[in-house]
Design a protein around this ligand. Sequence first.
Ligand SMILES: [Zn+2]
Length: 244
Amino acid sequence: MCDLCLAGARLAPIARRNLLKLGAAAAAAAAIAPHALAAPAKAPPKPENVLSPDDALARLMSGNARYVDGVSRRHDFKHEREALSGGQNPFAAVLSCADSRIAPELCFDTARGDLFVCRVAGNFASDDIVASMEYAVQVLHAPLILVLGHGSCGAVDATIKSIQDNTTLPGHLPALVAALAPAVNAVKAMPGDLLANATARNVAMNVEKLKAAAPILKSFVDDKKIRVVGGVYELKSGHVTLLT
Ligand SMILES: [Zn+2]
């Protein structure tokens, strides 16, 4: 049985209170396992991952600093696997580009069970991604969501060229272009590097989209239970710069 099947059993007291505000959909989720809601809360497999949103962000950035400096920790995957066989409580969720040069677990020097990662070329929040983030926040209690763009993003660059050349890309690629075009169009008249500007704007727009995703993520943001932040990964140094 996967974690999603156990969702009802994982709803902690805070999440249960939020259900009262989350409308019919969440109420229906609670209704599927009323007996499970009465069960005592299970201890998180990684107690060190129970963090405030601010502390979770600080931990991410200190991990990135170790990665940049080449002093990443050694992770004992054997014992981590065993400890996590019964559950997970990641301290952050990351929406990253699929680019092979970006590896969130590596660039934040984290172990298994620490990050809930969704990856798609162009790091944009489709409905599927929003749903995954809802699961990370409501069921797994992740206190932080990071949208992570990066320099020289091929998906953003292809969108820019498609718009500038007025061409239609083959296959399913126009779906990516449609998702990223609002960010490109929003900055195309700005001075400076269009690719860098569009990448940053795309991150910012998807941060706002996730913050506003009612009923679940918006409720957690409004109650200050989670933070949603954006950052850009620099390919040469590995440094992540947070967007304000
Ligand atoms: Zn990319």
